[in-house]
Design a protein around this ligand. Sequence first.
Ligand SMILES: Nc1nc2c(c(=O)[nH]1)N[C@H]1C(S)=C(S)[C@@H](COP(=O)(O)O)O[C@H]1N2
Ligand SMILES: [Mo]
Length: 327
Amino acid sequence: MAHIMSKPAWAISENQATPQSTFLNRRQLIRNWGYAGLGLAAAVAMRPDRAFAAADRQEDATADLYPAPANPAYVLDRELTPENINSTYNNFYEFGSHKQIWKAAQTLQTSPWDIQIDGMVERPFTIAFDDLVRKLPLEERLYRHRCVEAWSMTIPWTGFSLASLVALAKPLSSAKFVRFETFLDPQVATGQKQNWYPWPYVEGVTIEEAANDLGFMVTGAYGHSLDKQFGAPLRLALPWKYGFKSIKSIRRISFTDTRPVSFWESVGPGEYGFWANVNPGVPHPRWSQKQERVLHSGLYVPTQIFNGYSEQVAHLYKDMQGEKLYT
Ligand SMILES: Nc1nc2c(c(=O)[nH]1)N[C@H]1C(S)=C(S)[C@@H](COP(=O)(O)O)O[C@H]1N2
Ligand SMILES: [Mo]
C-alpha cells in the first residue's frame, strides 16, 4: 500500500467509533458501555479457540467442497487479515455487541439449515443449505471489508455470486429488490432478547445491484466452511458497501417491489441508510470516514470511494443524484 500512515491526531479513538450500538436509548447504552471499546488488543491477546470450529467441521457435510478454486479476478493490494484476528473480532448483534462474539455464536445450530426463497418469483421454494451449496460452483475471492465504524479487514471468502443465486430463484420482472432475513431464535441468540432492536436482522439490495458480479454469497472463509461467528452457513458480502449490509446467517431471501427497510436503517435512519456505499468524503454524523484502521496492523489508511470497487459498481448509481448513496 502506498499511503500507509500511523494514526493521525484527529483519528477516531476506538471508543468514539464503536457504535452502531449507541443507537440504544441512554439506559441501554450505559448498560453496554463497559463493553464498547474492548477491541483489538483484547482480541489479539486471546488465542481463538479453534477447537470449537474444528470439531464442527468434522461433521460438516460440505467439507469436501473446500478449498475451492480461486477466482483470479478478485485479488487485493493489501495483505490478508490473519484468520485468528478476523475470527475473533466480529459484529453479530444477535449474540451481543461485545467483541467475544466468536465464543457466544457457537450456540448457533447451523445444520440442518433451510433457506426460504419467496415473494416475486416464478415459484417459491425452500432448500436445504447443504443442497443449495452443491447447485452453484464455489470459488474463492479475496475481498476488502469496510465497517461503518471505520475499521477494515481483508478476507479470502468462498462462495458463489449473488447473481447466480438470483438466477436460480427466477424472479418475476416485477421484482425490484432482494430482501434478506437472518434467523430469529432468542433462546439461542440471546442478543435477540434485546427487544429495542427490530429483529430479525434484515438487509436489501436492488435487483440491479444483485445482478452485479461483485455481490457474493459466502459459504466459507480461509479455505474451509464458515465459522459460526462469520455468519454460517450462508452470509452476504457486498464489499463496496459498509459492512452492515453484509447480512449473516441468512434464512430467507425474498423478491419484492418495495424497498426493504434494513435493520440499522430502522434503528438509526439518520446514520445508516439503505445504500450505504463507502465514501471517504461523506462523514458519518459522529465520525469521519476519511480513513480506516486496518484490523491486523492497527495502521490507518485512506478509505477509497466504493471501497476500491468503483470500476465494478460506480455505474449503478450514475442517475441517482437525489439519493443518500453514501450513508
Ligand atoms: N445478522 C447479522 N449480520 C451482520 C451483522 C449483525 O449484527 N447481524 N453485523 C454486520 C456488521 S456491522 C459487520 S461490520 C459485518 C461483520 O462481519 P464479520 O464479523 O465477519 O467481520 O457483519 C454484518 N452482518
Ligand atoms: Mo459494521
